[in-house]
Design a protein around this ligand. Structure first.
Ligand SMILES: Nc1ncnc2c1ncn2[C@@H]1O[C@H](COP(=O)(O)OP(=O)(O)OP(=O)(O)O)[C@@H](O)[C@H]1O
Ligand SMILES: [Mg+2]
Length: 248
């Protein structure tokens, strides 16, 4: 049965799309069939990160009734990896904001992708905060990966996300991102488990090598032997270890 993993953070710029793209590549490289949907139709990123050519549609086109969601999925990088971009061009955003759409199309579209591409994993990227697409994605999650920088402002926002996640029937794990050098991993783990009641799936350091890619390549593809890749693999193990991950 496919597992739907949603990556979210309350604040923007925590590294959601970066983490999701790396997990997607590593999972597909292991031979799993992976679907990715960029539900961040306001500020989509995955078309850029995966360097997708203009295709036959996007999530926005699907929501506007202009294409089937399967037609919007593009093969990306590794065999078995399919990516649905959030949007192509700016006109779609103006239009969807003016007309709205049936939110029920989102879970229906996710199910269709899983079935059509025989997916093992569906990864959903989200816009920060709690808009329609984000809440619909979270409601479809088997596992919610909540990301935050080790920063008081991010951590306060995380409580809001956790309070919503507590009402959803999904597992949740935390990933701390852009941790400064010298961050005490055990302290962060205790904080996650005791204060946020969710296991720490990963602690990603601030990596200047990652910033230096300028979003032009995905780290796992550009630097497959970098130690940071082990941290992404640790996150994958935590996502796989279903029994060890608490339910909300
Ligand atoms: N661990 C890291 N170390 C250094 N830079 C990072 C790290 N993770 C991500 N970045 C950089 O931070 C920027 C923001 O990352 P990203 O776009 O993945 O965040 P996001 O949470 O998806 O943002 P948004 O909320 O806008 O969707 C990018 O330029 C990315 O290359
Ligand atoms: Mg993003």
């Amino acid at each position: 049965m496919a597992s739907t993993i949603v990556v979210h953070s309350h604040r923007g710029g925590t590294g959601k799309s970066t983490v999701l793209a790396n997990l997607a590549l590593l999972l597909a490289a292991e031979g799993r069939r992976v679907g990715v949907v960029d539900t961040d139709i306001q500020s989509p990123t995955l078309d850029l990160l995966f360097r997708l050519p203009p295709g036959d549609g996007s999530l926005t086109d699907y929501l506007l009734g202009r294409c089937e969601i399967e037609a919007a999925a593009q093969r990306a990088g590794v065999p078995g990896l399919y990516v649905v971009p959030g949007r192509t061009g700016i006109a779609g955003l103006r239009e969807i904001m003016a007309t709205g759409y049936d939110v029920g199309l989102l879970p229906e579209g996710f199910d269709r992708l899983v079935e059509h591409f025989a997916l093992d994993v569906l990864l959903l990227d989200t816009h920060s905060g709690l808009g329609n697409e984000t809440v619909a994605a979270m409601a479809s999650a088997d596992t919610l990966v909540i990301m935050a920088r080790a920063d008081r402002i991010d951590l306060c926002g995380m409580e809001e996300t956790l309070s919503l996640a507590g009402r959803l029937a999904c597992r949740r794990v935390l990933v701390m991102s852009m941790a400064p050098e010298g961050t005490d991993r055990e302290r962060v783990r205790r904080l996650a488990e005791e204060v946020y009641r969710a296991p720490l799936a990963g602690l990603l350091p601030y990596a200047p090598e990652m910033a230096a890619l300028y979003g032009e390549r995905i780290f796992a593809e550009a630097r497959p032997d970098h130690p940071l890749i082990d941290e992404f693999r640790t996150i994958i193990s935590a996502l796989d270890a279903r029994d060890e991950v608490s339910r909300a």
